[in-house]
Design a protein around this ligand. Sequence first.
Ligand SMILES: Nc1ncnc2c1ncn2[C@@H]1O[C@H](COP(=O)(O)OP(=O)(O)OP(=O)(O)O)[C@@H](O)[C@H]1O
Ligand SMILES: [Mg+2]
Length: 245
Amino acid sequence: MLVRRAYIPDAQRPESFDAWPYTVPCVAELAGRGLTFTAPVTMLVGENGSGKSTLVEAIAEGFKLDSHGGRAGRKYVNDRPKTPLGEVIELETTPAGSRMLTGPRSRRKGFFLRAETAFGLLNAVSGKYGYWDEDTAEMSHGEGFLTVFGAMFRERGFYVMDEPEAALSFESCLKLVGLMHQLAGTGAQVVCATHSPILAATPGADIIEVGEHGTRRAKWDELDLVDHWRRYLTDPDLYLRHITG
Ligand SMILES: Nc1ncnc2c1ncn2[C@@H]1O[C@H](COP(=O)(O)OP(=O)(O)OP(=O)(O)O)[C@@H](O)[C@H]1O
Ligand SMILES: [Mg+2]
């Protein structure tokens, strides 16, 4: 692992929590007692607007990953100001994480991938740096992603992802689970926000449910997300009659 905990140092904590992002319960909690990472793969799940992106973006910024979707070590887009939470967040790193974070840019491995900019990342790195032999331009969106994931995950790094499932089919999601699971064994670390019950089921992943309560650890089969999918797949009409009727 590379990062053990995210927190806001005392000196940086705001006096009042009345303004965004501290109005988001999981951010208030981060400011209070921090967020610990207990496994190489952490999955953040929770309703729309619960604060997952706010958290993962700031965590990526804390590790100096390009918060607009690019790789560490190399810029692919121009600098933009950090998010308010990214400005103040600190990461408690392991010795390996600390060597990456304090060393030269090129030593920092990993990337921040978010759904909105993932396609840009793919285009920007496609064919340029020789990480993969295949030409992603000739692949479908999802195929390209998997190729890039597969190639980039060879490096022991810090991988922060926001809904990487957006472009992926069921089977491709399974492949991504396989890649993340493999990666976990190499000393790398993944922090991933997701709505996918498939990704959330990554073996050994620490699942954090984000919501009104702030954050809490949860078992996969007790997640609201999983419960809804299970019921919906068993009987869609149970849900649809509320929508259409
Ligand atoms: N720049 C911003 N300024 C003010 N409020 C914001 C900003 N960005 C997000 N928010 C609010 O912060 C809350 C958390 O948003 P966030 O995007 O982190 O949720 P999320 O869990 O990622 O949701 P989703 O599952 O839809 O991606 C939401 O209420 C959102 O409206
Ligand atoms: Mg989000």
